[in-house]
Write a protein that binds this ligand. Sequence first.
Ligand code: SF4
Ligand code: SF4
Length: 316
Amino acid sequence: MFIYLDFVPHFTCACCGTCCRNDWLVTVDDAGYIRNREFFARTGRAGEFTAAFTPLAGKRAAGEYAAIAKRPGGGCWFLREDNLCLLHREAGHEHLDGVCRLFPRYPMRTARGVELTLSFSCPEVLRLADRPEPLNVVRAEEPPIPLEADSYTAEVFPGQQPRHSVLGYYFELEHHFIDIIQCRGLTVAGRLDFLAATAAALASLPSSPDAGREVDRLIRGNYDRLDAAEAAGVAALDPADIMLEHFFVNLIFKKVFYLHGLTGAMRLLQALWRRLAAAGAGGDAGRLERVKGAVMAAEFEYCHNRAALLKIAAGR
Ligand code: SF4
Ligand code: SF4
């Protein structure tokens, strides 16, 4: 089974080069380092290999062996002026390391199958997300786009949670959390507050054989309140608010609550929300563009500087 957000099949890289100019370290694993060393030796450019690939010093994260150098303007060593990747052109897609092959795709292996979304730090993804309709979760027998085997950014198996943990009901919770964020009878701030209260209530449930029943009871009570909020009237839809809605839906679909726990994930969302809300303050014509910029920065931080973000979120 393939489960994905409905904008995924519509993505095509616009070759804008943004992801190859970002303020991140593009790394390769040891196999990628050797593959490139051999490639550059074969093409008579051993000197360029030494200049472009620098083994990382000190403690390395799993799968990170060396970094690709940056050009003076901040772009990757291999980014050409026309925004195409020299390494891709000369050696082919398969030659690239994982992050370069995958971005902005975000595949996850879960107990439901393969789940897939996109990163909001890509401008083309934001362009697709700039739409009034809610993002929908699609289930299909076929993958929406070609996928590589064993390139997953997260593994989600709620059955492996401790016995009677509410996260054992993770998929039901994810569905409900997305419904909360998509409740257009509430402001975006109101939806975040509702989500925070729900996460806190769930986190305070004792581990017991009744956990499933308690989760169900809480969710049903919530739907009564969400239905009442929508019945009271849906506010005029502002494109910037809808972009914020889509960003949070995507973050939840990326399993933030499973990966960081109910309390940790909520802190993280609230830390991001504070910045996004500041960017979205005011009702002027530039609001959508400011929010888009803040969404890209928030996604980038979530993907590449999460440890620092979690520290901020935890008040450390
Ligand atoms: S930022 Fe997105 S559209 Fe631009 S080059 Fe990267 S993947 Fe393509
Ligand atoms: S190696 Fe190519 S795809 Fe990867 S960051 Fe550099 S220019 Fe972009």
